[in-house]
Design a protein around this ligand. Structure first.
Ligand SMILES: [Ca+2]
Ligand SMILES: [Ca+2]
Ligand SMILES: [Ca+2]
Length: 121
């Protein structure tokens, strides 16, 4: 169970991060295409912000392969197309902090929540 989640993760990251520049409809299609159930921890058929945040923190930890609390460009490149890195590194420090990562994830959540009810459903 845990391994399945782990293996599917880079794809889910891709859906959440790499599609940030696509219209919300395309982004939602990506998320719907297979990752909804994985993120829906309580199985109510919708992804709440807390569920999404849990996933976001988990994704950050998995991408931070050397556990230094930052995602370097090379760590990022192992999971996602490296050319998206600069957009997330808001302070151009060369690393993504948890805050920078979560900020993008929150933006993606808001973009995907088309009816603004706080749920991806
Ligand atoms: Ca849920
Ligand atoms: Ca790191
Ligand atoms: Ca940074």
């Amino acid at each position: 169970m845990h391994m399945t989640f782990f293996r599917a993760l880079p794809v889910a990251c891709l859906a959440a991060l790499a599609c940030a520049t696509l219209p919300a409809t395309a982004q939602m299609a990506e998320i719907n295409s297979g990752h909804l159930a994985m993120l829906d921890a309580d199985g109510d058929g919708a992804i709440s912000k807390p569920e999404f945040d849990t996933f976001s923190n988990f994704a950050f930890d998995q991408m931070d392969t050397n556990d230094n609390g930052m995602i370097s460009a090379s760590e990022y490149g192992q999971a996602l197309p490296a050319d998206g890195f600069g957009d997330l590194d808001l302070d151009n420090s060369g690393d993504l902090s948890q805050d920078e990562f979560n900020m993008q994830m929150s933006k993606d959540f808001a973009a995907a929540d088309r009816d603004g009810n706080g749920l991806l459903d």
